[in-house]
Design a protein around this ligand. Structure first.
Ligand code: ARG
Ligand code: ZN
Length: 884
């Protein structure tokens, strides 16, 4: 039962006003609604039937304009309520009972620990009350929440509080009104015994906004970073996009049990604790950066998502792609731009490219889905953001901003489409973007193969670009339209960057004294000739990762070293280093496969030495460049991934670098400063990242001195970054000399942090990634640990997710035990939390990547899950597409 974009129809009815009344109770929450409904003047249907979405609601009564209907007047189905012959305009009143304490799906109204909270995107509101639960029905909400005064002193909903008071039996109520019409997926409600930190922000136009972050009392000391991030985000959105906040109050609530990162409910963002709580002792640098990014992301949604929302769920990337682009630019401005770009490109290439090459590949604007929850993907979010970034590149910052202004102005208060967004950009940019639309409509990662030839007599250097896109589930390779690919590039000569004199039919723009250009490829093949070139240069292609493509150019190791050391683009410098690592690892793999003694190209260790000893480079970039490509990325770029060979080859290269550069790593480790006063700023984060990168290599030498020093760092660290880095290098070391340290550190870690759920999750993850034949048994016993709880998604991700995604050797054990474990977990989750069940399935769906024996084992597990009685839509869609 798939739903298709092409079948979109406007809603039959509109709901101008929504009045909700909740009496909170764990198993019998009473939800009463009064909906002011009228026929949609734009709907051409003659029928007077009203069909409301609703699920898992115990319906008590239905009335129209105060007249109670009896059950002949309506038809109750599992997922909807049909009322025949409704008037043109009326008030519909419905009373229903729901059971938040039994709601383990974490969708709709549910209990997280002692707190009531909601998650409505995408289609959770229908589990609260009968409604037109679709994003193009915008309504003005007034919400009253009633609950016990002592147990639930804090009662929140969207907008502004307009009334509150006491009731009989120790009960109280608060009424909230949200003046901005919104779709139901942005509704939120919270009831709990919460404390808050408060601050305020004054907008450019002089309005003072109250800012509040609500948490459990024990977490009050972990809110400052989120508050600071919120204020920076508000300032940034005014400065960069001219967007001011619109209500008088902005609230964030932290909850333990949450399916995703956070949710942008109007005026009342609800966050996974993992994306809001941070303090030096318990949170790593990466954790601090994630909090800053997610706070910004949700805040930015107030315009890109809430003021302008989506017409239907096929437009999801309209808000998500744009908002991820916005938060990425914000993070780049707050920290190091190059580092942020490299991290994003890394994620895209290791994970999104894999999604795009697998059976669940879909376009940024999908054409159909069975369960929308399965489409909150790297493609919709991350590739969607890259697509917006390319528009930014093509138009330039100024025209892009004008396009954004036009988009917000034109669509304010409306439910828009991706086409609306692009047409505003076209208008502001004064250019046609129709050739660009393949990025939205076609799945798969385009491959851009580039070849070069140099003619010494004409002094011409020519680049030939060939683009292709592989077959994906929705479209054959031959039927795909070409992509408009912006290629940001330059040429490096022996004395640095060359002036570019392109001769071509391709549109291009030059900058930086003509040493940099952006070519706009539109055809399957293009040839670009550069004139006045005295000797064959090294091309620097895809600077800043200017398009999400697989670039193919036959660089020699020396070319790569030239790029690494001389290009002025940080991304290409990092990428050249990665490619050098990849080629060295591939050589070792080939030797291993042929049973030959592997040797590691000394040019890599020479290049690495130059990096470690260079004090002028950003330490964060040095750390990124010295980090070998992950096994996941190496598997992704392989046609058939031989997990064990990839692992061994990578270890050989790593150990070789460790052994041959031990002195340099040690010197650099010792010379980097220690900051007694922890701050999560770019400078400190950079230093810690390089320091811990060095420590990783030093421990890899298995030198007793360095094992001891890692243990000392573990025990004396005053921040979680240094503590958990030391824990990881010890716990993940394959060397038997590390075992005693690892065992002590892991047990001390739990002793120290058992009352901090988020820190315990790190403890689960490290153990999930530990090597060894006994890995699956270890995971099974950790699942029985007092701190584990399969109903908490963070714990499932920390233990099972880390195992299946970040411990490839053990997960892909050829006895199939890793696959079996994951399948068992998915079957359990299918019954309790289908969204998480479907998400955890990811690694099994990539079965085509492996050898035939593993393929069979993986398919067998998929098939056995498919037989499960009561298979959810979520899991069904993922399984059936991955087996198709
Ligand atoms: N809109 C949220 C965000 O990206 C994601 C919430 C999606 N939730 C879900 N259960 N699918 O900020
Ligand atoms: Zn979002």
């Amino acid at each position: 039962s798939a739903i298709y974009l092409k079948d979109y129809q406007v809603p039959s009815h509109l709901i101008d006003k929504t009045h909700l009344h909740f009496i909170l109770h764990p198993t019998k929450t009473r939800v009463s609604s009064d909906l002011t409904i009228r026929k949609n003047p734009d709907a051409d249907t003659k029928s007077n039937e009203l069909i409301l979405h609703g699920q898992d609601i115990d319906l008590q009564s239905v009335s129209i304009d105060g007249r109670q209907l009896d059950d002949r007047d309506y038809q109750l189905e599992a997922e909807c309520l049909r009322i025949a012959n409704v008037p043109e305009q009326f008030v519909l009143s419905v009373v229903g009972l729901i059971a938040p304490a039994d709601n383990t799906s974490l969708e709709g109204l549910y209990k997280s620990q002692s707190m009531y909270c909601t998650q409505c995107e995408a289609e959770g509101f229908r589990k609260i009350t009968y409604f037109l639960d679709r994003p193009d029905v915008l309504s003005e909400f007034t919400t009253t929440v009633v609950a016990d005064k002592t147990e639930f002193p804090v009662l929140l909903s969207n907008g502004n509080p307009i009334k509150s008071g006491s009731l009989d039996d120790n009960m109280h109520f608060v009424t909230w009104h949200d003046p901005f019409p919104k779709p139901a997926y942005l509704f939120a409600l919270v009831g709990g015994d919460l404390e808050c930190i408060q601050d305020s922000f004054t907008t450019t136009s002089g309005r003072a906004i109250d800012l509040k972050i609500y948490v459990e009392e024990k977490d009050l000391d972990k809110c400052d970073h989120a508050m600071a991030s919120l204020k920076s985000s508000m300032r940034w959105d005014e400065d960069v996009y001219g967007r001011e906040y619109d209500l008088d109050i902005f609230m964030i609530v932290a909850v333990d049990d949450f399916n995703m990162g956070a949710m942008e409910n109007k005026g009342l963002n609800i966050f996974n604790t993992s994306c809001v709580l941070a303090k030096a002792e318990t949170t790593t640098d990466a954790g601090f950066q994630r909090v800053e990014a997610v706070v910004a992301h949700e805040y930015f949604h107030n315009w890109s998502g809430n003021r302008v929302t989506c017409r239907d769920w096929f437009q999801l990337s309209l808000k998500e792609g744009f908002t991820v682009f916005r938060d990425a630019e914000f993070s780049a401005d707050m920290g190091s731009r190059t580092v942020k770009r490299v991290e994003d490109a890394k994620l895209l290439r290791a994970m999104q490219f894999a999604e795009d090459a697998g059976p669940l590949a879909h376009p940024v604007q999908p054409a159909s889905f069975i369960e929308i929850s399965n489409f909150y993907t790297l493609t919709v979010y991350e590739k969607g953001a890259e697509v917006v970034r390319m528009i930014h590149t093509l138009l330039g910052a100024e025209a892009f901003r004008q396009g954004s202004d036009l988009y917000f102005e034109r669509n304010d208060g409306k439910a828009a489409t991706i086409e609306d967004f692009v047409s505003s950009m076209e208008e502001a940019g004064g250019r046609d973007l129709s050739k660009f639309m393949s990025w939205y409509h076609q799945a798969g990662t385009p491959k851009l193969a580039v070849t070069a030839d140099y003619n010494s007599s004409s002094r011409e250097y020519a680049l030939t670009f060939n683009q292709t896109c592989p077959t994906t589930p929705e479209c054959d390779s031959e039927d795909k339209k070409p992509y408009l690919i912006p290629v940001a590039m330059g040429l490096l000569g022996s004395n640095g960057p060359l002036s570019l004199v392109p001769e071509t039919d391709v549109d291009f723009s030059l900058s930086k004294n003509d040493t940099h250009c952006v070519l706009e490829l539109t055809q399957p093949q293009h040839r670009v000739v550069f004139k006045d070139i005295n000797a064959p240069p090294v091309p620097s292609l895809m600077r800043g990762f200017s398009a999400p493509v697989r670039l193919q150019f036959d660089y020699s190791p020396d070319d790569l070293i030239t790029l690494m050391t001389q290009d002025d683009d940080g991304f290409t410098r990092w990428d050249a280093c990665q490619q050098l690592c990849v080629s060295v690892i591939h050589e070792v793999e080939a030797s291993l496969q042929q049973g030959k003694e592997p040797s590691v190209d000394s040019r890599l260790s020479d290049a690495a030495r130059a990096l470690i000893t260079n004090q002028n480079l950003d330490p964060a970039m040095v750390a990124l460049m010295l980090t070998l490509p992950s096994e996941g990325y190496l598997a992704e770029i392989a046609t058939t991934a031989n997990i064990d060979t990839i692992h061994s080859a990578r270890e050989i290269v790593r150990n070789h670098l460790a052994a041959s550069l031990k002195t340099e790593f040690a010197e650099r480790f010792d010379s980097l400063p220690y900051f007694p006063e922890y701050e999560a700023n770019a400078v400190q984060i950079a230093v810690r990242s390089l320091k811990n990168c060095c420590l990783g290599y030093l421990v890899a030498t298995a030198d007793a001195v360095w094992l001891e020093r890692a243990m000392t760092q573990y025990r004396t660290a005053t921040n979680m970054t240094d503590q958990s880095a030391a824990l990881s290098v010890l716990a993940l070391s394959p060397d038997s000399k590390a075992v005693d340290y690892s065992v002590s550190a892991l047990s001390e870690f739990y002793q120290q942090w058992q009352s901090e759920a988020l820190v315990v999750n790190q403890w689960f993850s490290v153990q999930a990634m530990q090597p060894g034949e006994e890995a699956v048994d270890r995971i099974r016993s950790l699942m029985q640990h007092e701190a584990f709880n399969i109903n908490n998604p963070n714990k499932v991700r920390a233990l099972i997710g880390a195992f299946a995604n970040n411990n490839p050797v053990c997960f892909h054990n050829s006895d199939g035990s890793g696959y079996r474990l994951l399948a068992e977990v998915v079957k359990k989750l299918n019954a309790t939390n289908p969204q998480i069940a479907a998400r955890m399935l990811g690694p099994l769906t990539k079965w085509r990547k492996y050898d035939s024996k593993r393929q069979e084992l993986m398919q067998a597990e998929l098939n056995s899950i498919k037989q499960t009685v009561g298979l959810s839509k979520d899991v069904f869609e993922v399984i059936s597409k991955s087996l198709a």
